[in-house]
Write a protein that binds this ligand. Structure first.
Ligand SMILES: *Cc1c(COP(=O)(O)O)cnc(C)c1O
Length: 220
């Protein structure tokens, strides 16, 4: 199937109200344009340098989400244009996002990334670290970031019950944080979970944003 056919098939699988991030990491400009020309406007990249070099080569009305591990010294390259950062996993990173966003007069939307998988290799906060971050004086004073929800990646396994359990846990975390820190907030609404291999499970468990790469663009 072509990239465009893949896109259409996936869009048909996704209910209204769930956003699709087309993850274009490692893929060339012409592949991204194929998806763009099929009407899609939301793309995700996981490396700051790759994103900042692709951004000027592509149409201005693309919304770019940053989904990968972000080094503090790379934040400045993406802040002028990024529309959502999915991967806030430490206060030091949030501090730098806030600082760079202030320089360009923006309020940048962010998600807190949680570690929900059994693999150690995946990044993310645990509940204790999130509580520490959200109750810190420093966070409360940040004016150029806005926390819009949370993100997580499930264990890479074929065992559906493990994946479901991890996504359900992420939904519990969101509910908990909403009650404790974001009561009355109109912005704390998103759960970014689900990739090519597990997006259907993620949607069943309440995902609002799925991040899909290989099922659209082909294997990397
Ligand atoms: C690469 C990547 C994806 C997409 O993965 P696929 O399996 O190709 O759909 C989603 N989320 C993150 C954080 C990624 O790095």
């Amino acid at each position: 199937m072509s990239i465009t056919e893949n896109l259409i098939k996936i869009k048909n699988d996704i209910p209204e109200g769930v956003k699709l991030v087309a993850v274009s990491k490692t893929k060339p400009i012409e592949d991204i344009l194929a998806v763009y020309n099929a009407g899609h406007r939301l793309f995700g990249e996981n490396k700051a340098q790759e994103l900042s070099s692709k951004h000027p080569q592509l149409p201005d009305d693309i919304q770019w989400h940053f989904i990968g591990h972000l080094q503090t010294n790379k934040v400045k390259y993406i802040i002028p244009f990024v529309s959502l950062i999915h991967s806030i996993d430490r206060i030091k990173l949030l501090r730098e996002v806030n600082k760079q966003a202030a320089k360009v007069n923006r309020v940048v939307d962010c998600l807190l990334q949680f570690h929900i998988a059994t693999e150690e290799t995946k990044f993310g906060l645990n509940m204790e670290e999130a509580v520490e971050l959200l109750s810190s004086e420093e966070y409360i004073k940040m004016e150029n970031i806005r926390i819009c929800g949370i993100m997580g990646m499930a264990t890479n396994t074929k065992d559906v019950s493990i994946i479901s359990k991890e996504f359900r846990y992420l939904r519990e975390i969101k509910k908990d944080l909403k009650e404790k820190y974001f009561q009355g907030s109109k912005h704390f609404i998103d759960i970014s979970m689900g990739m090519s291999g597990d997006y259907k499970i993620a949607i069943e468990e309440g995902s609002t944003i799925v991040r899909i790469g290989s099922a659209i663009f082909g294997a990397r």
